[in-house]
Design a protein. Structure first.
Length: 245
């Protein structure tokens, strides 16, 4: 059953990978990069880190962090997303040696215990069939005192297909997505157990059970990141989850 839903998820994001990658590249070269970097660097050690970007997609966080001297492994379950990430990397020869992109399941990591200083993720947890297993794996691969930064939203409360398109900015990315794909996204999302959870409360409870320390959520970050209703705008209430091993 879990394999079947993962195949469905991969199939969905394969269809969206090219347009998704284009938007993320535009975001990387926009004012949004500094907004994201400001939020992330609040929590990073004042030294180059070894970072795992889980659900890297087309590599937005990985490229942003490598540009600022960190060594990054970017992983994603969708092969076409990783291909898009590698394509975009060819344009960034000044720091591409600091990034390694590969296809990998966020719930079943190949890395050894205690490998990374930081595990970071954006808009991934809501797509996972077994997010508790993913959190357990992320704990395992973090070094002692390592940091988890998870940027997500309670997308289980959103219905993408039913969102009124006229409420979105004219150049918003979702205006370019076929309604059938938005409907498919809802069908997948609604089949996942995490969509029935109250978030981020559920996440915080699970992380504490896994022995993470200093666990907290910042539920105001979306207001700081998404100040403008433009193509990058996310109307969902974004949160940051911080935890330390």
């Amino acid at each position: 059953m879990e394999t079947k839903i993962k195949d469905r998820i991969v199939n969905y994001w394969t269809k969206r990978s090219e347009n998704f990658a284009q938007l993320r590249q535009e975001e990387l070269h926009s004012y949004m990069s500094e907004l994201w970097l400001t939020e992330i660097t609040k929590y990073l050690p004042q030294r180059p880190c070894k970072i795992l970007d889980v659900g890297t997609g087309s590599g937005f966080f990985a490229q942003l962090l490598a540009k600022h001297h960190h060594e990054v492994d970017g992983i994603d379950l969708t092969h076409s997303m990783i291909e898009q990430a590698k394509l975009s990397l060819k344009q960034l020869s000044d720091y591409n040696s600091k990034i390694n992109f590969q296809v990998m399941d966020a719930e079943n990591l190949y890395f050894a215990d205690n490998t990374f200083d930081v595990v970071i993720s954006r808009n991934l947890t809501w797509t996972l069939p077994n997010p508790q297993k993913a959190y357990s794996e992320w704990y395992r691969v973090l070094k002692p005192q390592g940091i988890l930064l998870n940027f997500d939203a309670d997308y289980g409360n959103e219905q993408f297909y039913q969102t009124k398109i006229e409420n979105l900015p004219l150049n918003h990315a979702h205006r370019q997505v076929k309604p059938t794909l938005m409907q498919e996204c809802d069908l997948i999302k609604n089949s996942l157990e995490i969509s029935s959870k109250i978030r981020p409360d559920w996440d915080l409870r699970i992380l504490k059970q896994l022995q993470f320390k200093d666990v907290f959520a910042d539920t105001n970050i979306g207001q700081r990141i998404y100040k403008h209703q433009d193509k990058f705008y996310n109307p969902a209430p974004v949160f940051l989850i911080y935890a330390q091993k």
